[in-house]
Design a protein around this ligand. Sequence first.
Ligand code: AGP
Length: 610
Amino acid sequence: MCGIIGYIGKKDALPVLLEGLKQLEYRGYDSAGVCVARDGKIHIAKRSGKISGLVHAIKDRKDLKGSFIGIGHSRWATHGAPTNVNAHPHMDCSGNFAVVHNGIIENFNEIKNVLIKEGHCLKSETDTEVIAHLIEKYYRGDFERAVLKAVKNLKGSFALGIMCGNQINKLIAVRKESPLIVGIGDSENFIASDIPAILKYTKKVVYIEDNEMAVLTREGVRVFDSSGREKKKKTDTIKWSVASAQKSGFPHFMLKEISEQPKVLKQIFSSRIKNNSVITLDGVKISDRELKDISNVIILACGTAYHAGLVGKYLIEKFCNIPVSVDVSSEFRYRSPVINKHTLAIAISQSGETADTLAAVREAKRKGAKVVSICNVVGSSLTRISDGVLYTYAGPEISVASTKAYTAQLAMLYLVSLYMAGRKKLLKKELKRYLLKELKRVPGLLEAILENKNYMRRLAAKHHNFGSFLYLGRNLDFPTALEGALKLKEISYIPAEGYAAGEMKHGPIALIDEYRAVVCVAPVSGIYNKMVSNIEEICARKGKVIIIATEGDAGIKRFTKEVIYVPKLDELFSPLITVLPLQLLAYYIAIARGCDVDQPRNLAKSVTVE
Ligand code: AGP
């Protein structure tokens, strides 16, 4: 939910911190702050609002310049309103320690009460501030030891960056259940919540595991376990380019990422489908025996990833004849799911850091399930607790609204279901060849839809003042309706609801009138006529209908002029293309309403708190 950055090395720290925070702003933008250490003192600047406001506020602060060590933070508020006082970094009474934190300290109130009784003076409403005072309480000259003792008191999740004013030759980072990477440079080293923050300076990273502490100096990085024993860590190399984490000429990351979908899917299919007959799922090793023994599948995910999981359910049940349940991760843990060693859990997450999904996966593993994750961020927490990982390799997705990650997850689910069906001898060779050829047409079809994006812009201009939207779909396009509604609501703030079209008559039809827009996903399919009946019911009640239809379906225009055509494609693959017009519609409506598309209010890209 927040972004942390830290630097120690040969450069002036401040510009590195501010640039890193700009790259991390998608993780939270309620407030921002930095601090550097020089002349044995910590100098700090923090304020509510976006990074740009902080940059402007400190432009004349000479005391922040010329230091070689610093930490920074962009906040998504959990404890305490986004005020200046609650902004990070937080300090102890003496002003000798500064802490930035991503996560939640669940027992901070009891710690705070003890600290106050011991005479500490805490200024903020945050959970984070107690960490600085705990380090002060345990500090007897050994910085590392004081940090290890302090974090032993903490319950919850934390990725910490910590500085000590009178030990400015080292920067400390600690991780437990919140993302944290260490960047390895030449006489300089970095800590960050995510790769884009340091990509400009280095591609060499060390992934810090839970309950590990990293001690960074200009010369190098040492990693210790919670008892202070040093650990050997390997250095990985990031494959992303710097450009992939920039807008590259697009007005918003969201439009860039929408536009990258053809390339992303082409890369997925070309790397995983050979001669239209063989699917390779490196990262998942499963024997015929294990495959045969799978009695049920559970899919765990949140938000957009959950909608992908709903499509996955249709596909795995259809092709593999295995029962599938799909759970919102935050709900999964509180029901009594039927799980055993024959259960395959598929966790879907773009970031691999969603706290609810991590918790659900740990619960599924505890009950004996095998876990395969579909994930976009290499080395993320989810990938490290899974038995197998299928990376989507969609490149960094910066915009809070997930788009290319969604279609990449769908593509992976198509491959997984066809792969499993093939291995279980449930798929005739000819049919498999046909399906894979049809699947490989999708990137080109997405390109064709993107060429028509100005029509979406015009449609958005006519509909951006509607007070609410209803999205309807059936079968494989019911999840598409849910996803279209989520896209609209999260970036335009217009109430929008996705519904199974067949459910209209069980209540929602009461909502229909001329003030409500209804988006109907109605491509040619076996249940097309059912969708047409729903459209007729809506038009009979003066609902304003926008229809996603298949090219060549001229008859559908009898209901409305607002028809968005998608190219002909086997109905099995409809979700891969019908979602694109809905992504564009949401994007252009949000623009028409003057919303902050990439950083919508109250949201953050990666929900790393439960
Ligand atoms: C989607 O547009 C939202 N940003 C949100 O629902 C997101 O899909 C959800 O938080 C899950 O994130 P994850 O895929 O990183 O786990």
